[in-house]
Design a protein around this ligand. Structure first.
Ligand code: FES
Length: 333
């Protein structure tokens, strides 16, 4: 113990230099203002982030020689976030360096658990130092820090909204309607039953009215797998059997677990496999889940043939397509 104290009292240690803010009230006020300004800049950065997200157009670009073509909205969101986080950090550093207690202390170190009295003293010291940090005595810093920290937490919330539409509504509708023709993806050719041999699989999309753009989002949720079996292979109830046409059956291609594309068809077993987490669906039993984490079958699309002999949807999907973790009625496929 005494050795440790002697080491601290070694005359070779540099003399402690006291800060201006400790001795000069004006310097202390100046430092306090600097910290407050940094916290205010942080708050402004957050406001810039949110305002850029809400008010700026997302399709405007500007060219910079080094960065090339840059999205203006993303640029301002980035600048705002940088300002918000950088200034909050700089403010905290300035506060610690210029205003928080600046005392050299000798800490006695014990190899094992401290004496009870030392532990109590530590807790008391902690509370004491917390008081000395001055958050209570410095209302300006307290308020600006509260503003900066409170606002900086809003940015992730706003940006979260940018991850896409809320899934519950998004998957409730597709472009499939009664009478919509099935067209081959990506050619857009309408398909007749005789175009599919037994054992064949095709990915199809709904035919859209002329001039209607096919967005990537819609391709995802509209995608349907068309599979042709022998009619006697099916093990379906009468209603689901009526949704097939001459051994052709159609299912949504989006896995009901997490939304991956169900892309593997085993012709021998009539199983559809999702490559992401190995959910396996039995085509002969209306895509019943026979393995894996999916909670419900792939939605089945009811088929018929129109007057020209082309395969069409008999009706829209009867249940939402896609992952089922938010679905209210996951028992039905
Ligand atoms: S997304 Fe298909 S099994 Fe997980």
């Amino acid at each position: 113990m005494s050795n440790q104290i002697e080491r601290f009292e070694d005359p070779g240690l540099p003399e402690h230099i006291h800060r201006n803010a400790d001795a000069d009230p004006l310097a202390e006020k100046r430092a306090e203002k600097q910290v407050a300004i940094l916290f205010l800049l942080s708050a402004l950065g957050t406001v810039l982030t949110i305002a850029s997200y809400i008010f700026m157009k997302s399709d405007q670009y500007v060219y910079f020689p080094v960065m090339g073509s840059t999205n203006v909205q993303q640029l301002f969101i980035g600048l705002g976030l940088t300002l918000a986080t950088l200034c909050i950090g700089l403010g905290a550093i300035q506060w610690a360096k210029k205003l928080m207690p600046d005392q050299e202390v000798i800490a006695e170190r014990h190899e094992f658990r401290s004496e009870e009295v030392d532990r109590e003293e530590l807790v008391a010291t902690f509370h004491d130092r917390a008081g000395q940090a001055g958050i209570g005595r410095r209302p300006l810093i307290k308020r600006t820090l509260g503003l900066a920290v409170g606002l900086v937490g809003l940015s992730p919330l706003v940006l979260l909204r940018d991850t896409g539409p809320l899934p519950g509504k998004f998957f409730e509708t597709t472009n499939w309607a009664a009478g919509t023709r099935l067209v081959l993806d990506p050619a857009g050719t309408p398909i007749k039953p005789e175009d599919l041999e037994v054992g064949a699989v095709a990915q199809v999309l709904p035919e859209l009215p002329a001039g209607t753009p096919r967005t990537l989002e819609n391709i995802g949720k509209d995608a349907v797998l068309l599979i042709r079996l022998r009619p006697e292979d099916f093990n379906l109830d009468p209603e689901r059997l009526s949704w097939t046409y001459q051994g052709i059956i159609a299912f949504s291609k989006i896995c009901t677990h997490m939304g991956c594309a169900v892309a593997l068809y085993e012709q021998q077993t009539h199983h559809l496999l999702c490559p992401c987490h190995q959910s396996t669906f039995d085509v002969t039993r209306a895509a019943k889940v026979i393995f894996g984490p999916a909670a419900r079958p792939l939605p089945q699309l009811a088929l018929m043939v129109n007057a020209d002999g082309y395969l069409t949807a008999k009706q829209p999907f009867s249940v939402p397509v896609g992952p089922s973790f938010w679905e209210r009625n996951s028992a039905n496929g």
